[in-house]
Ligand binder design. Sequence first.
Ligand code: RB5
Length: 147
Amino acid sequence: MKIAMGNDHTAIEMKDEIKAFVEDLGYEVIDFGTNATESCDYPKYGEEVGRAVVNGMADLGIAICGTGVGISLACNKVKGVRACVCSEPYTAKLSRMHNDSNVLCFGARVIGVEMAKMITEEWLKASYEGGRHQRRVDMLAEIENRC
Ligand code: RB5
């Protein structure tokens, strides 16, 4: 299973830690960067992660910026992306099970690495339940289609 990862300059260390953690769990990581410490713009990396997930290059994505908010907004601009900012594992797990989230976001300036690992593992291990949730996920796609 392939995981697309992207981040801005605030999250290089966090990305490196989570990338190694995800690889240790047995996933392949496609790293869209940034890996440069100069200030950069999170929309570029969010879009790249979102497109990789939607076009099938990756199965899921993980995107990190200072708060997780900016990069999640960028991911969610790509049609078909359901990106969620999570600061604890419960929301992350339920975002997979109920919302079929396909990109996980968090803030490198908000949570520590150990919390990020716990969130990531719960999210990756969880599966979409479908059933009654499918109608609501379909409704999200319908909103996109009306725009
Ligand atoms: C960069 O300073 C910061 O604005 C960015 O990482 C992110 O937190 C935006 O949502």
